[in-house]
Design a protein around this ligand. Sequence first.
Ligand code: FE
Length: 221
Amino acid sequence: MINLATLNKLTYGLYIVTSVDQGRCNGFTADAVFQVSANPPTIGICIKKDNLTHDFVAKAQVFAVSILADTAPAELIRHWGLKSGRQEDKCVNTEYKTGITGCHLITKDTLGAIECRVVNVFDAGSHTIFLGEVVSAESFSDGEPLTYAQYRKKIKPALKQTDKKGDAMKKYRCVVCDYIYDPALGDPDSGIAPGTPFEKIPDTWVCPICQVDKSNFELLD
Ligand code: FE
């Protein structure tokens, strides 16, 4: 048996990963960031292949990881995590400094930033794993880092609360299998009529693909 919801019990931090393409910055909030080696100091990141930052890292072969503080506001997470760089320049109106790789290092609501040059790339199905040797690391402030568990408990509910206002027909994505619930289509096979907003779906409903419950869905912007 494979109960994919069990994977949500793994623990992570939360970061803003940025890269550059011909001077243009893009980035996203990531949880899959980890140190893989001490000598040379090496960081691994996983990026979904259809993410714009994926293309930037693949091309530029550099990335930066800004470490979010546990005091980071929900709006910052929304800005980097729920918008696409294909629609807008996410680096506008953010406080940053440019690192030695050209990547933006986010300096507000973060504890520090690490810059890496890619030294290895692994295909991992839906995602690519980039290993990067650390070329700079800088602390901005003391404090506690934000964890993914804190994000799920505190920030995600706050985002959902504000999203309820006027966003009844927005799509939601299953974080486990990437299935997208489209209110216009509903889920007729499970008795959810077309035109049913995600919020109106009974809590007993589960993802038609991987069977996890509604708490595993996030707003698709
Ligand atoms: Fe699913």
